[in-house]
Design a protein around this ligand. Sequence first.
Ligand code: MN
Length: 232
Amino acid sequence: MTLAFEPQPPVLAPVDDGKQFPVRRLFCVGRNYAAHAREMGRDPDREPPFFFSAWAETVVTGNSTIAYPQKTSNYHYEVELVVAIGKGGRNIPVETAMDHVYGYAVGLDMTRRDLQLEAREQGRPWDTGKNVEQSKPLGLIRKAGAGFDPTRGSIKLTVNDAVRQDADLADLIWPVADVIAYLSGLYRIEPGDLIYTGTPAGVGAVVPGDVMNASIDGLEPLAVTVGETLKD
Ligand code: MN
């Protein structure tokens, strides 16, 4: 068999035990903190979680510089707890959902907000707003186990040292176990999947030269600089 061309190797995300986590797919939860749902003009009344997806290749690992994307003038940060899936399954009950978690990391769900809102208002898909090149920075994955509790703890983002998002994981409308249970009712989740669990209030725009520092208590912080727009 001859391949027409060499396939892209998988995106590898470093883990705190020295291993590399091969990224398979990204599932992102929309509006999972009440205050953020309100700032986006929506009622946070515990509607079931909803998901959008992004390509694995949108992930940029570790402290890095990401390109400011083309076709936007309103590129937003969203700090999020990211769940790395280590064990697949379908229709997983909430009670055993946490057995499927490999680890956790700090992530950013960068968004072309102007394109997302235009799509939303026209009833169109969010893809061009959300599934954007280099838009899903990911920090070091911490293996699940003793010492990190995904149900509480500070989640924070600064831009050029000014605090922009400051909340607690306890404010998640749908905690990690519920998100996994819902998602696995829509798709068979697989090892390598990443779930971006949603952002708290305070989202806003960045421009080239800005430095974002994202942190969650108990996880390795993530520093991301916004760079220039790619030309080729
Ligand atoms: Mn998000």
